[in-house]
Design a binder for this molecule. Structure first.
Ligand code: ARG
Length: 577
C-alpha cells in the first residue's frame, strides 16, 4: 500500500462513520507543515454539518471508532479540531523506498498527460532586437513547463513564435537601406540592426516621409517583393543564429519555430472563416471583431492600409496549430502585460464557436528588476540574456577557483558554466511566476542560501558519498528488507522519506498550475532535509551494516529525486564542485 492508498483507506473509513463522501475527505486531508502535527491532518470542521458536532468532538469520535483497525497508522491525535494521523514509520520507510527503488531515475512520474498533446509556446523573441531579460523569463519558465508536461506523459510540442513580422520590419528595411553598415552587420548583427532602427525613429520626427516609406516597404514585404523579402530573410537568419547560441547554452530546442511571418498567407483563410460566422465589422476602414459581450474593446484584424497585425497572426496560428497538431492544450508563456491581447484573441475564437476555445491558456509572469546598477544599460531597459549568463558564469568561476585552487582550469570553466547558468535559471523559477523578480548577485550566487549553488552543491556531495561507498566496496546491495526499513525510522530520515514520497504530487501541481516553482521548492526542501539528515547521521561510518545499507538506499533515492527536480527545471548537474 502506498501513502496515497492509505489516505484513501482512511477516507473510506471516515466516510462510513460520517456519511460524507470519501472523495471529499480525501481532498480535505492536509499535509501538516511540521512533523509533530502528524503526517496527515483532517480539519474536522468540514464534517461538522454532517456529524452535528464540534470539530474537536468529531476528531475524538473518529479516533475512537477507527481504533487500531488500520495497522499502517501508528497513532492519532485530536488537536484543535484536527484529526492528526501519524504513520507507522517502518511501514512508511518500506513503502516509500520500495517505490523509489522501482522508479529509479524517473521518480514520481505522473500519468496525467497520457494520450494528450500540449503545445507549449515560449521564448518568442523578436528578430533584429536584443534577446533581453523579459525573454529570459519566458524562455526559462517555458522550458521548465514543457519539461514537466513531457515528464507527465503529454506529447509536447515546443513552439517558438518568433516576432519576425509587422510594420516595424518595413521601417527596419528602409533604415538599413539608408544607413546600414555591412561589416558591422556581420560582426554584431543585432547591435547594428538596433542602431539603424533607433536612428529611424529619431530621424522620423523631422522627416515624416520616412514613416510612409516604412509602410510601403512592409506592403512590399507582404506582397512578396523579391528584394525586400531577401533583406528580411537575411535579418531573420542572422538574428536566429544569435538566439541559437543562447538556446544551445541553455540546452533548449524547439520543435517548431514558425515565426509570425509564417501565418501571413493564412490570414485570408482566417478572414473567410470569421466572415462565415458573420463576425467581421468595418470600422474606419479597418476590419475588426466586436467583443462587447466579453466586455472587451474590438479586436483589430486588418488595418485600414490593408496590412495584417499581431492579433490576426495569432488567430490564424490557432487554426493552423489545431489542424496540424490536433492539440488538447495550447499554452502561451508570455509576460503579463500581454494578458489583454490574449483575452481578446481567445474571445474572438470563443465567439467564432471554436470548439477548443477553453483549451487556450495564457501563462503570464512578472517583471525582472535589477538592484545591481551594472545592468542598467544607457537606454535604460534591455539587458541581453547572454550578458546576464556571462556575468553569472564569470562570478561563479571566481568563487570556484578561490575555493578549489587545485581544480584544472578546464574543469573549473565547465563547472562554472553549469552552475552559473543554473543559478540564473533558479532565480527565475524559485518563486511563483506572477511575482516580480528582484535580481541581486548576492542571492543568485549565495552558496548557502536559497540558490542553485546550494542545491547543486548538496547533490554533488551526495554523489561524492556514493563514490566513496563504491570505493569501499559497498556497491552490490541485496534488496531492501524490513531491517533496512527499521533503520530509516528516525525523525530526519522520515522527513527525507516524506519529501521523496511527495515529489510526484509536486510535479502534478506544477503541471496543472503551470508553476515550476512548486517542484523547484520541493527539490530545495528535500536538499535541506537531506543535509539535516546527514549532519546527524553518518552514512559511510554507520555502525551496523543494515543501517549503512539502508542509508545508501536512501541516498540513492535522494540523488534520483533531486536530479529529476533539477533537470526538469532546466538546470544542469555537476557531480563535483
Ligand atoms: N514576440 C512577442 C514579444 O516579444 C511575444 C510573442 C508572444 N506570442 C504570441 N503568440 N503572441 O513581445
Amino acid at each position: 500500500m502506498s501513502t496515497s492508498e492509505l489516505k484513501a483507506r482512511l477516507a473510506e473509513r471516515i466516510e462510513a462513520l460520517s456519511g460524507v463522501s470519501a472523495k471529499d475527505i480525501y481532498d480535505w486531508f492536509e499535509t501538516p507543515p511540521e512533523a509533530h502535527m502528524g503526517d496527515l491532518a483532517l480539519p474536522c470542521f468540514r464534517l461538522s454539518r454532517a456529524m452535528r458536532q464540534a470539530p474537536q468532538k468529531i476528531a475524538e469520535h473518529l479516533i475512537e471508532r477507527i481504533g487500531d483497525s488500520i495497522p499502517e497508522v501508528r497513532s492519532y491525535e485530536a488537536v484543535s479540531g484536527y484529526l492528526n494521523v501519524f504513520y507507522d514509520r517502518v511501514w512508511l520507510a518500506r513503502t516509500v523506498m520500495e517505490k523509489a527503488i522501482e522508479e529509479g531515475e524517473t521518480p514520481g512520474r505522473p500519468t496525467i498527460g497520457e494520450g494528450q498533446t500540449a503545445l507549449i509556446e515560449f521564448s518568442s523573441p523578436n528578430v533584429a532586437k536584443e534577446f533581453h531579460v523579459g525573454h529570459a523569463f519566458t524562455t526559462l519558465l517555458g522550458q521548465a513547463i514543457a519539461n514537466l508536461y513531457d515528464y507527465s506523459g503529454y506529447r509536447v510540442v515546443r513552439m517558438n513564435h518568433i516576432g519576425d513580422y509587422g510594420t516595424q520590419f518595413g521601417n527596419l528595411i528602409v533604415a538599413w537601406k539608408r544607413w546600414g553598415d555591412e561589416t558591422a552587420l556581420e560582426r554584431e548583427p543585432i547591435k547594428e540592426l538596433q542602431r539603424v532602427y533607433v536612428k529611424f525613429h529619431r530621424e522620423q520626427e523631422n522627416d515624416p516621409e520616412l514613416e510612409i516609406e516604412g509602410r510601403a516597404a512592409f506592403v512590399r514585404l507582404e506582397n512578396g517583393d523579391p528584394e525586400t523579402t531577401a533583406l528580411w530573410q537575411k535579418f531573420r537568419k542572422l538574428s536566429l543564429d544569435v538566439f541559437n547560441v543562447t538556446y544551445d547554452r541553455l540546452g533548449i530546442h524547439f520543435d517548431n519555430t514558425n515565426g509570425e511571418s509564417f501565418y501571413s498567407d493564412k490570414i485570408p483563410g482566417l478572414m473567410t472563416w470569421l466572415q462565415s460566422k458573420d463576425l467581421l465589422t468595418l470600422s474606419e476602414g479597418a476590419v475588426v471583431v466586436d467583443l462587447e459581450e466579453y466586455k472587451l474593446p474590438p479586436c483589430l484584424l486588418i488595418k485600414s492600409d490593408g496590412t495584417t497585425i499581431y492579433a490576426s497572426r495569432d488567430l490564424a496560428s490557432i487554426l493552423w496549430r489545431d489542424e496540424t497538431y490536433d492539440f488538447d492544450l495550447n499554452v502561451y508563456v508570455v509576460g503579463l502585460p500581454q494578458s489583454h491581447h490574449f483575452k481578446q484573441v481567445f474571445a474572438v475564437m470563443h465567439k467564432a464557436g471554436f470548439k477548443k476555445a477553453d483549451r487556450l491558456k495564457h501563462v503570464g509572469f512578472g517583471t525582472v528588476m535589477f538592484g545591481d546598477q551594472m545592468f542598467s544599460t544607457r537606454e535604460g531597459n534591455t539587458i541581453p540574456l547572454s550578458e546576464l549568463l556571462n556575468e553569472s558564469v564569470a562570478k561563479t568561476k571566481s568563487i570556484i577557483v578561490e575555493n578549489n585552487p587545485d581544480m584544472p582550469p578546464a574543469e573549473a570553466q565547465d563547472t562554472a558554466e553549469k552552475i552559473g547558468i543554473s543559478a540564473v535559471v533558479y532565480t527565475f523559477l524559485r518563486n511563483g511566476r506572477e511575482k516580480d523578480i528582484h535580481f541581486s548577485w548576492e542571492d543568485v550566487l549565495d552558496f548557502e542560501g536559497d540558490s542553485a549553488p546550494y542545491l547543486l552543491y548538496t547533490l554533488a556531495r551526495c554523489h561524492s558519498i556514493r563514490q566513496k561507498a563504491k570505493e569501499h566496496g559497498m556497491e552490490n546491495r541485496a534488496s531492501f528488507t524490513a531491517a533496512h526499513a527499521e533503520a530509516l525510522a528516525d525523525d530526519e530520515a522520515v522527513a527525507v522519506l516524506k519529501l521523496i514520497d511527495g515529489f510526484g504530487k509536486a510535479i502534478e501541481l506544477s503541471v496543472t498550475q503551470f508553476e515550476p516553482s512548486i517542484v523547484v521548492r520541493h527539490t530545495m526542501t528535500l536538499a535541506r532535509a537531506f543535509n539535516k539528515f546527514y549532519q546527524n547521521h553518518s552514512i559511510l561510518h554507520a555502525e551496523e551494516d543494515a543501517v549503512k545499507e539502508a542509508r545508501l538506499f536512501l541516498l540513492d533515492a535522494v540523488i534520483n529525486t533531486m536530479s529529476a527536480g533539477i533537470k526538469l527545471a532546466g538546470m544542469q548537474i555537476v557531480e563535483r564542485m
